[in-house]
Write a protein that binds this ligand. Structure first.
Ligand SMILES: Cc1ncc(COP(=O)(O)O)c(C=O)c1O
Length: 305
């Protein structure tokens, strides 16, 4: 995967990619203590533009607060400015931005207050996260044998690095079984989300999605709810059982990395016609217009570099 770039933003300055390293004895590596974001920047007719940069910066600071970091020195405005700077320095147009707040020193007693927080921001050109053909053909998923986090165990509102061990368990199992992605149920057995995406169902022209209590409050999810409502669809947040997945007309997933992708098959059952359905297609198309600056919502959602 081409993760390389010319520069990475590390603790306030741009450093060459090869120098953006952390020592092996960094507690965040050993215990998964860190918070991160995944953000996309899109090529538009007015130059590169970061999709919902402010919301991502806010969620990064919220994740840090949830994990327990106190008195971090970065404001939302400074973070957005740093995202712009690192994209611009690398000369990228379409790219993915990855800020991580971690403990650069100390914290070996499992106490955040004993460590020094640091921030790094990498950027790279990342095309289709779920594969080149996923956008058109859709992907195949299974319901994972692993359960998604309980909100009082792993803090589902936060993108904590350690939370992604759960996603890795599910995704690895799913791919080894021959699927593309894993669907995860919450500890009560209701539909939660995928390993890195939120999930929507379409039945008889209405759109359904699980409530946010046990899932990451996706920024793409939020944008798609707005887009769907703009298009006149009713979007219903409700508890959804596993069997409902098998009988609806369409299922799609969304996230910053994956964007909008249909599920064509779940647990060896064809969903709808076994390919992207019309509602998913329409929402996917509007989403692509919005991120490229070609939609009335773009003005609110894009931060030009
Ligand atoms: C577990 C999980 N759910 C949902 C999402 C989608 O969130 P967003 O649309 O903000 O990228 C992500 C990706 O960040 C994720 O990791």
């Amino acid at each position: 995967m081409g993760l390389e770039s010319k520069f990475v933003w590390m603790d306030g300055k741009l450093v060459p990619y090869a120098e953006a390293t952390v020592p092996f004895m960094t507690v965040s590596l050993h215990y998964g203590i860190g918070v991160f974001e995944g953000i996309r920047c899109y090529d538009t007719s007015r130059g590169p533009a970061i999709f919902r940069a402010r919301e991502h910066a806010t969620r990064l600071l919220d994740s840090a607060r949830v994990l327990g970091f106190r008195d971090l020195p970065w404001s939302t405005d400074e973070l957005v400015q740093a995202f712009r700077l690192v994209v611009d320095a690398n000369g990228f147009k379409d790219c993915y931005i990855r800020p991580v707040i971690y403990l650069a020193d100390g914290g070996w007693n499992l106490n955040l207050d004993g460590g020094r927080p640091a921030l790094g921001i990498a950027v790279w050109e990342w095309k289709n996260y779920l594969g080149d053909e996923s956008k058109e053909k859709g992907i195949r998923a299974n319901v994972s044998t692993f359960t998604r986090h309980h909100p009082n165990v792993m803090m589902t509102k936060a993108k904590i690095t350690g939370n992604y061990a759960n996603s890795t368990l599910a995704k690895t199992e799913s791919v080894r079984l021959g699927f593309d992605e894993a669907i995860m149920l919450d500890p009560q057995g209701y539909l939660a989300e995928c390993t890195g995406e939120n999930i929507f169902l379409v039945q008889r022209g209405k759109i359904y999605t699980p409530p946010t209590a046990a899932v990451l409050e996706g920024i793409t999810r939020d944008a798609l709810i707005t887009i769907a409502q703009d298009l006149g669809y009713q979007v219903i947040e409700t508890m959804i059982s596993r069997d409902k997945l098998y009988i609806v007309d369409e299922v799609f997933v969304c996230g910053t990395a994956a964007e909008v992708v249909a599920l064509s098959e779940i647990d060896f059952r064809k969903i709808g016609l076994g390919k992207m359905g019309p509602v998913t297609r329409q929402i996917q198309a509007v989403f692509h217009q919005a991120v490229r600056g070609e939609h009335p919502r773009s003005e609110d959602w894009l931060e030009y570099v």
